[in-house]
Design a protein around this ligand. Structure first.
Ligand code: HEC
Length: 130
């Protein structure tokens, strides 16, 4: 009996965080498809001079704070992504919660071969206050 209990405990300790991680990843992916892929595309490749790419983007890698604020408040003005200058408007997403923004960023940070780490809700709250 004791063995059974420890097996169950062990499994829930190991399995639960993984399952939670998957849910967040799926939410990030779904939100991306809903709110972002019309411009940046499912593949994250962007569109010529109009929409900057997210796949392999040095901007995404280097300025997570501006990305978080940009998702909430929109982006405009010149920006350079992988050496190319873009200057168009990205709409704001006021309806997305801090958690949803974190899940989207953690999705795009790891999608399409990107390996840009993860951010926390604490990070995003701090950046959104700036
Ligand atoms: C209507 C089109 C549109 C939508 C929808 C859109 N974006 Fe953008 N995005 C842009 C444009 C245009 C820029 C460049 C802005 C500029 O030139 O200042 C940009 C810039 C970015 C950048 C920084 C540059 C880069 O390529 O790394 C990131 C990151 C980004 N968008 C992520 C997102 C995410 C995440 C969403 C969904 C929540 C989203 N975008 C929705 C058009 C869009």
């Amino acid at each position: 009996m004791r063995i059974l209990i420890s097996v169950v405990l062990f499994c829930s300790l190991i399995a639960l965080p993984q399952a939670c991680g998957q849910t967040e990843h799926l939410q990030g992916q779904n939100l991306y498809l809903q709110h972002c892929s019309s411009c940046h595309f499912e593949t994250g490749e962007g569109l010529r001079q109009l929409m900057p790419p997210l796949a392999g983007s040095d901007y995404l890698e280097n300025y997570p704070d501006q990305v978080v604020r940009g998702i909430r408040r929109g982006m405009s003005g010149e920006m350079t992504v992988n050496g190319k200058v873009y200057n168009h408007e990205m709409p704001e997403n006021k309806e997305l919660s801090d958690f949803q923004i974190v899940n989207i960023v953690n999705y795009i940070n790891q999608a399409w071969g990107n390996d840009y780490g993860t951010i926390t809700v604490g990070d995003s709250r701090k950046w959104l206050e700036e």
